[in-house]
Design a protein around this ligand. Structure first.
Ligand code: AMP
Ligand code: MG
Length: 324
């Protein structure tokens, strides 16, 4: 057997989605190990939400700053509710958008046994009910999981099992749920204050939220207090420029819509038909593909600032930010 094949056998930690593997990985989670799981947004690095040991392992593995709290995922609504002080906005939103790519921040119930490390010491909790059937299957066996994206902090989020395998050099088990359908992180709404505030645009559009709740104010994430710390995020190795119509000769080009510079080398199109949902689902995978050292940078076409375009432009802006 060649070394390459042997390496693959040893290193391949991608688990096909069988009932046996779901049970096996759920048992590991219950034993406070960490496991990468598919969700409809991006792959998550999951650990038991009540286990300081698992949560510490997530921060260490991701090299994530410990002041940046984690989103708590659950499939049982009553269980999720029991850790927060629920309110009518949350009720309306959960009815309309759960399971799905929406996270809500609520005051913590003082009886909650969630790991304080996961909440970064805050008196609020961010909760979400994901939609992916495999994530659902695991959650129904283990209860609540903290699950930030399964990538080193600051780099491009993983949208397939192989992305996770490569990012952590095969050190972590990954349950294979195929390519993520939404492909962008959840929208985060803070419901712990006087009025709902948008903390992060994401997989549920602002228009859909405002149709339900009325006009929203845009807040700045409570947790992100260190100056500029998280301005750079989702970052490829190459520099990235936004709102470019024609790229330079040595640049890769990420197009959007039916009109694009056909002659451009290293051309990928987020959605030739100009569909923002399709573009969102391709964004991270295509950024990754173009992030190759033989290009001098990545130029990205203008993306309309509406619907999921808000979240796409938010991620691109952070990917383009000067590196700190
Ligand atoms: P992610 O990096 O995708 O895991 O999302 C985490 C983000 O959710 C944080 O950076 C905060 O903006 C928000 N968040 C998570 N937990 C809390 C919390 N307890 N209170 C307020 N915001 C939170
Ligand atoms: Mg992330």
């Amino acid at each position: 057997m060649s070394h390459a094949v042997l390496w693959f056998l040893v290193k391949n930690m991608i688990y096909p989605p069988s009932p046996k593997n779901i049970e096996l990985l759920s048992q590991r989670l219950l034993g406070s190990a960490i496991v990468a799981l598919p969700t409809e947004t991006v792959y998550g690095l999951a650990g038991l939400a009540s286990s300081d040991q698992a949560i510490a392992a997530i921060y260490a593995q991701k090299k994530r700053p410990q002041f940046n709290p984690l989103i708590i995922h659950g499939y049982n609504l009553d269980l999720l509710k029991s850790h927060v002080i629920w309110n009518p906005w949350a009720e309306k939103l959960a009815e309309a958008f759960w399971p799905g790519p929406l996270t809500v921040v609520l005051p913590k119930n003082q009886n909650s046994n969630l790991s304080l490390l996961a909440l970064a010491g805050l008196e609020t909790v961010a909760i979400r009910m994901p939609q992916h059937p495999l994530m659902h299957a695991v959650l129904s066996k283990v209860g609540l999981l903290a699950a930030p994206s399964a990538n080193p902090s600051g780099s491009i989020s993983p949208t397939c099992a192989e992305d996770v395998e490569i990012a952590f050099h095969g050190a972590l088990p990954v349950l294979d749920g195929g390519a993520c359908i939404v492909g962008l992180e959840s929208t985060i709404l803070d419901l712990s204050g006087e009025a709902p505030q948008l903390l992060r645009p994401g997989g549920i559009s602002l228009e859909d939220l405002e149709n339900l709740l009325g006009p929203l104010t845009k807040g700045s994430p409570l947790a992100i207090k260190a100056p500029g710390q998280l301005e750079t995020h989702y970052a490829p190795n190459l520099p990235l420029r936004m709102n470019v119509s024609v790229g330079q000769k040595n640049e890769a080009f990420l197009a959007f819509g039916p009109e694009y510079p056909e002659e451009q080398e290293g051309l990928l199109n987020l959605s030739p038909k100009g569909d923002l949902q399709e573009a969102a689902s391709h964004l991270f995978a295509m950024m990754r593909k173009l992030d190759q050292s033989h290009y001098a940078g990545i130029a990205v076409a203008p993306i309309p600032h509406q619907g999921l375009g808000l979240a796409i432009n938010d991620r691109l802006k952070r990917a383009a930010a000067p590196r700190g």
